[in-house]
Design a protein around this ligand. Structure first.
Ligand SMILES: [Zn+2]
Length: 207
């Protein structure tokens, strides 16, 4: 087996950003059990990310590991399979500085309905890059869930390159959002989860 390449210590700001985001997502009910994963870019070739299987509400610095942009571990811990989806976003979008993945009730339920997840007229879309008005209709791209993450990356790539301003959803599973830093990524996650919760309530009222 190859020796693990040496990696500089994970900076404290990155560990703090990942752990704080985990606690917030846990408080808001978006990472049940050990669901979700959270990362920040360290530089052009490395990211700090939650290790496989940790509970996001109770993370310690040992739950944050380093990976390269191919998802390979640079520090001693097992990366989650979904690490590749984070690396894909960092590779495709050089300005992406943080990526969040959570599993909320509203998103999970809506993503399993036959109709698209479409948002029309919501003020909160202005929280997303490039959105200047509420007077728009935006679809949230939904992809079939797949345990083969490399294949899932191939499915998402053309859609991401064409533009996915709100992020995207994996059906029956969870969302991916990103931003230039953790603060911006969290604001987008909150915006998206607000939209999903509103849309679920709206559909219930329409019955
Ligand atoms: Zn997941």
């Amino acid at each position: 087996m190859d020796a693990m390449p040496p990696a500089p210590d994970t900076p404290a700001w990155a560990i703090d950003a990942v752990c704080e985001a985990g606690r917030r997502m846990d408080r808001l009910g978006w990472v049940p059990a050990t669901a979700g994963n959270i990362s920040v870019r360290l530089d052009g070739s490395r990211a700090a990310i939650t290790r496989s299987g940790c509970h996001k509400g109770f993370m310690t610095p040992a739950d944050v590991m380093q990976v390269d942009m191919d998802g390979k571990a640079l520090t001693a811990a097992k990366p989650s399979a979904e690490t590749l989806l984070h690396c894909q976003l960092y590779r495709l979008f050089p300005k992406a500085g943080a990526v969040l993945h959570g599993h909320s009730v509203a998103g999970t339920v809506l993503s399993m309905q036959p109709e698209p997840i479409r948002f029309t007229g919501y003020e909160v879309v202005k929280a997303f890059e490039g959105q200047a008005t509420h007077d728009v209709t935006i679809d949230l791209p939904i992809f079939s869930n797949d345990q083969d993450i490399a294949r899932l990356c191939r499915a998402t790539e053309p859609v991401l390159l064409a533009g996915a301003p709100l992020g995207y959803y994996i059906q029956g599973h969870g969302c991916y959002v990103w931003g230039p830093d953790m603060k911006a990524a969290m604001a987008r996650l909150e915006g998206l989860e607000f939209l999903l919760a509103c849309e679920l309530e709206r559909r219930k009222l329409e019955r």
